[in-house]
Design a protein around this ligand. Structure first.
Ligand code: NI
Length: 197
């Protein structure tokens, strides 16, 4: 009897987990202009020195990603994968802009971001945004992005950070996260989202 009770308990947990997953996934269904808890107003400076705000997201699809130019691994990998995904979109790729928001405003000056994003393996025309520490804190909060400076020994510090690519529609609304480091999957997620809007 104890065994069958355990099986029932396990099955119940599995069903509840599945229900939770479905509920979670349904949040990302791009069905109508449901209010989104991700994104919102911001004031930042672009890599060309211009002051910008959330209206930079209007009129184009955007892939918004938070990172920093000194990131040793995750950021370059993600940006390169995103570039490959955009290449797979063909002409539709022109409807998408990449917005890279720094979580390291001390080192990521506009000029530093511009030089970093010029890498041929990164998305062409990616826009780098940075700001004061308070501005970065505010925009990271709006996008539910965690970041934390990390010092090991006497070397340069690193920044632990959330690695999520946010797909935003041309009205600047969050649509869904993209699966990073999987270019073909990202391309199909973007294509699908574009066709449903
Ligand atoms: Ni990174």
């Amino acid at each position: 009897m104890r065994v069958s009770k355990s099986i029932i308990a396990i099955a119940t947990v599995a069903i509840l987990s599945l229900a939770g997953l479905i509920a979670w996934r349904s949040q990302f269904k791009p069905s109508g202009p449901a209010p989104s808890a991700i994104g919102g107003p911001f004031q930042l400076v672009a890599d060309n020195g211009a002051q910008v705000d959330q209206r930079i997201l209007l009129g184009k699809w955007s892939a918004v990603y938070f990172g920093y130019s000194f990131c040793p691994d995750v950021c370059p990998t993600t940006l390169a994968a995103l570039a490959q995904a955009i290449a797979q979109l063909g002409p539709k790729g022109r409807a998408l802009q990449v917005v890279f928001i720094s979580v390291d405003p001390e080192r990521d000056t506009p000029a530093q971001l511009r030089a970093y994003l010029a890498s041929p393996s990164f998305p062409k025309g990616a826009i780098g945004l940075t700001g004061t520490p308070d501005e970065i804190k505010s925009v990271a909060g709006a996008y539910h992005v965690y970041y934390s400076l990390h010092q090991e020994g006497s070397g340069p510090y690193s920044v632990d950070h959330t690695s999520i690519i946010y797909l935003m529609d041309p009205q600047g609304r969050f649509v869904r996260p993209l699966t990073p480091a999987a270019p073909a999957e990202m391309a199909s997620q973007i294509t699908q989202a574009m066709s449903e809007h």
